[in-house]
Design a protein around this ligand. Structure first.
Ligand SMILES: Nc1ncnc2c1ncn2[C@@H]1O[C@H](COP(=O)(O)OP(=O)(O)OP(=O)(O)O)[C@@H](O)[C@H]1O
Ligand SMILES: [Mg+2]
Length: 306
């Protein structure tokens, strides 16, 4: 903060947190005698300006509840959150925020470009500016070819793309996405990740939720893992995936005799109890899919040796 109270943002990590939660908690009261659901247990979290932060967790772990609390769509049972330094319901926050909800809510009869223009006008953007911004956002979301199609006709993945473009219409400083890649093919998923990296490059802050580790592992600076409403892990992806109890050695294809000799050597040097596992390196499914698709068709069955 400067003396005048304006936030200066230079590099990731500078300035006050983009999101802070203190003891943020949500209990849904059980209706008709059903027991209450403790959807979010007291959560302490800080999202740094300029970072891409992943909220991970299985179904029902409290990701959407957390996001709705941050957006002021739900009232906390206890605790509080600050978003861009203000309470979530503050209107000044809404102007600087973009939100991609879990489900896309769109007017089926509006075309893709009308949808974005309509949303832009809700933010008070002048028509002149929207004439330039809407085609750029459609291009960015890979929807330039669908600009005049009613959104009611678009596929599930295309609806996610338009919802994402819609969330960017006000050029937000903070983008909150709830399962942004749900229903998207791996190419779309990759494009969303590239887009998020681009936003980060422009100093924006991103919070996204997912239950797919592959969705977040190569795009998020830090992740929080929720389980049953409780924060179970928090840190950089590398630190969370780091396993200092193992060493991985990757080589070209080895003959069985070499594998046997190598295993004997390793056990001789490190002790007879050393765990040695030998097999083909595992490939992330997304990489494999992209490789097969970019090769222009299935010449070889996936996983077949070259
Ligand atoms: N409006 C509600 N009323 C009652 N219970 C709710 C409500 N919304 C969410 N819950 C409950 O809170 C818990 C957390 O739900 P939440 O939607 O936050 O999970 P999630 O992590 O987003 O899951 P998913 O990956 O399936 O989207 C679940 O047990 C859910 O049933
Ligand atoms: Mg959810």
């Amino acid at each position: 903060m400067t003396a005048t109270g304006t936030v200066t943002r230079t590099a990731p990590g500078s300035g006050p947190p983009a999101i802070v939660t203190r003891g943020l908690e949500k209990v849904f009261r059980g209706a008709w005698g059903r027991p209450p659901v403790h959807a979010l247990k007291p959560l302490e979290l800080e999202v740094v300006p300029g970072e891409i932060f992943g909220l991970l967790g299985p179904n029902g772990s409290g990701k959407s509840t957390t996001i709705k609390l941050l957006l002021g769509l739900l009232h906390p049972t206890r605790g509080h959150a600050l978003v861009l330094g203000r309470p979530p319901r503050d209107v000044a926050v809404k102007a600087r925020l973009g939100y991609v909800p879990e489900e896309s809510y769109l007017h089926a009869h509006l075309t893709a470009s009308e949808t974005l223009a309509f949303h832009g006008r809700l933010f008070g953007l002048p028509r002149r500016e929207l004439r330039e911004r809407v085609p750029r956002l459609l291009e960015l979301a890979g929807l330039a070819g669908a600009r005049d199609r009613p959104v009611g006709e678009l596929s599930k993945g295309m609806l996610r793309r338009i919802t994402l473009a819609q969330a960017l219409v006000n050029d937000p400083d903070l983008l909150i996405l709830d399962e942004p890649t749900a229903g998207m093919d791996p190419i779309g998923t990759r494009e969303v990740k590239d887009l998020l990296r681009g936003l980060k490059g422009r100093g924006k802050t991103v919070l996204l939720s997912s239950h797919l580790l592959a969705d977040v592992e190569d795009v998020c600076d830090r992740v929080a893992i929720l389980h049953e409403g409780e924060l179970r892990a928090l840190g950089s992806v590398e630190s969370l995936l780091a396993d200092d109890r193992r060493t991985q050695v990757v080589t070209g294809r080895l003959s069985p005799a070499t594998v046997e000799a190598l295993t004997a050597l390793l056990r001789e040097r490190e002790g007879p109890g050393l765990e040695v596992r030998v097999g083909p390196p595992s490939t992330r499914l997304e990489e494999l899919f992209l490789r097969v698709v970019s090769q222009g068709g299935a010449g070889k069955a996936a996983g077949e040796a070259p």
